[in-house]
Design a protein around this ligand. Structure first.
Ligand code: DC
Length: 229
């Protein structure tokens, strides 16, 4: 549990719901810390690849998670953070689909989740915190005064991912991406530990037909209503 009194807002939801962008915007707007918890699972996945550790080797993967040598460096302006793993800039490398699939797998290991618990809670300092993930409101910060569950239909999330890949000049098949999203959702929602689901007291926002500005404005409104800003 967080020992600090600074407010924490949690934003949980499936990939492609717009969570990452919304959380970045909120953290910038409020000048609060940002916890991108998915990046931690992605880093464990990438580190396992780098050290040629089989993804089924739970003990070795847990040790990796416990000893993860990572730095998050804020970039100048509004460019977010750079992610350094064992001295190497992996900001882009952690975002690919293959690493995402490894992340989803390692995230299903209870011992890996346990190993990352304190590291995540340590992001709550005397500044406010925007916590982005799957279990921020249910497990990591259950006392957060505002919990949001941001979702969107699988089809809309696949469409957004295709557009994002096309912008990066990568080829993208809608059917394959939709299939991958559905498989990832099933893995994240049905695992026995910390499954992806809204906290009982979460505010659910469906972004299928909302743009980022509208979602950010809606959360800003909730923060004001609860006198958190
Ligand atoms: O949000 P993301 O796509 O970067 O997350 C990568 C994977 O990590 C995702 O499949 C689920 C897992 N994850 C998790 O289990 N718990 C979190 N708090 C964040 C991510």
């Amino acid at each position: 549990m967080s020992k600090n009194t600074a407010p924490v807002i949690t934003v949980d939801g499936p990939s492609g719901s717009g969570k990452g962008t919304v959380c970045k915007r909120l953290a910038e707007m409020l000048q609060w810390q940002l916890l991108d918890s998915g990046a931690l699972y992605r880093l464990v996945g990438l580190a396992s690849q780098k050290h040629s550790i089989a993804i089924e080797n739970v003990d070795a993967i847990t040790t990796l998670a416990a000893c993860l040598d990572v730095q998050f460096n804020a970039l100048k302006g509004h460019e977010g953070v750079s992610v350094i793993l064992e001295g190497e800039d992996v900001t882009r490398a952690i975002r690919n689909e293959e690493v995402g699939a490894l992340a989803s797998k390692v995230a299903s290991y209870p011992s890996v989740r346990q190993a990352l618990l304190d590291r995540q809670r340590a992001f709550s300092t005397d500044q406010g915190l925007v916590a982005d993930g799957r279990d921020m409101g249910t497990v990591i910060f259950p006392e957060a005064p505002l919990k949001v569950y941001l979702t969107a239909s699988a089809e809309e999330r696949a469409r957004r991912r295709v557009l994002q890949l096309q912008k990066q000049g990568a080829s993208a098949s809608f059917d394959k991406i939709l299939h991958d999203i559905q498989a990832r959702d099933a893995q994240d929602m049905n695992r026995s530990i910390a499954p992806l689901k809204p906290a009982l007291d979460a505010v659910i926002i469906d972004s299928s037909e909302l743009d980022i500005d509208t979602v950010v404005a809606r959360i800003g409104q909730l923060l004001r209503e609860r006198e958190l800003v």
